[in-house]
Design a protein around this ligand. Structure first.
Ligand code: NDP
Length: 281
């Protein structure tokens, strides 16, 4: 393997160390950073995510308040809870774990969150701010990818960056962040033609597709930086990313592993948004 493997856990630990000190300052001022976590229904993966976020928050010194509601909760009931949390001065951040059960209007819930407490960065106000170059809360996964690129000293200005995926939570904000950092950005998706050629031309590849080992190692430009956002399960139950890791690592200069790459950074960036929200409250 020739690539440097970017240890997301190490970068996340360093960020959390800084956050611990900032959170302690908030506590000393009588304003402990507080995150309200709203989980609706019994999706097992969501339960695991929420538990991991809660554990990591406690390590940093962030107070979490859990609101676990039944799957039969209505949109109106959930909007009511989110408005109540938005109005509560002791709550600095609100996280509504996605996906919500099918019967709930996710957009209505998102719009009910006070943008100043929208630590996921999904509210149109925060996404719009990102678009105009005046970001407040940036979606955590793309923010984590940018921190990883910075930690590896990857040059971005003027380089050709390819984001594969155009979701509102990963692909689109990722493309915006790279554009703001002066990359020449292409955002690919399921209708993109000749994707292998696009990948072969890219100095930076961010894969956010959700298909196991979809990006073949042989497509990677020698010396490229490869950030693998995907979390997929193989038939044998093991985890893998969207990139064929071993083969890509033969060609890339830097690459993130799955697990242990982008995942820990996503949680750390969420906690960073909560501490920032508490500091600004
Ligand atoms: P979505 O399913 O919302 O988006 C997937 C994107 O991939 C879509 O834009 C889709 O295109 C595109 N796509 C699908 N097939 C192809 C193809 N054949 N060629 C090119 N593009 C394609 O997923 P998310 O953005 O929410 O997540 C992506 C992955 O990242 C998932 O594996 C998810 O689990 C993971 N993830 C990891 C996180 C972490 O912390 N590490 C956090 C969030 C997500 P189109 O728009 O045309 O349909």
């Amino acid at each position: 393997m020739s690539a440097t493997v970017l240890d997301g856990k190490r970068v996340a630990d360093a960020l959390c160390g800084d956050l611990r000190a900032r959170a302690a300052t908030c506590v000393a001022r009588g304003n402990p950073p507080t995150l309200a976590v709203v989980l609706v229904g019994d999706d097992p993966a969501s339960r695991v995510y929420v538990r991991n976020k809660g554990r990591r928050a406690a390590e940093v010194g962030i107070v979490t308040r859990d609101h676990h509601l039944p799957a039969a909760t209505t949109t109106a009931e959930l909007v009511g809870l989110v408005q109540q949390l938005s109005d509560d001065p002791a709550v600095h951040g609100i996280l509504v774990q996605l996906p919500l059960p099918a019967g709930i209007d996710s957009q209505a819930i998102l719009l009910a969150i006070d943008p100043a407490k929208d630590v996921d960065g999904f509210h149109p106000d925060n996404l719009g701010r990102l678009m105009i170059g005046r970001p407040r809360f940036v979606p955590c996964t793309p923010a984590g990818c940018m921190r990883l690129l910075a930690a590896a000293d990857v040059a971005i200005r003027g380089r050709r960056a390819l984001v594969i995926g155009r979701s509102t939570i990963v692909g689109k904000p990722m493309a915006q962040l790279l554009l703001a950092a002066d990359a020449t950005v292409i955002c690919a998706h399921s209708r993109t033609m000749a994707l292998a050629d696009e990948i072969a031309a890219a100095d930076i590849v961010v894969a956010a597709v959700g298909r196991a080992e979809f990006v073949r190692g042989a497509w990677i430009k020698p010396g490229a930086a490869v950030i693998d956002v995907g979390i997929n399960r193989r038939a044998d139950g093991s985890l893998c990313g969207d990139v064929e890791f071993a083969a890509a690592a033969e060609r890339a200069a830097v690459i993130t592993p799955v697990p242990g790459g982008v995942g820990p950074m996503t949680i750390a960036c969420l906690l960073a948004n909560v501490v920032t929200a508490a500091e600004q409250a």
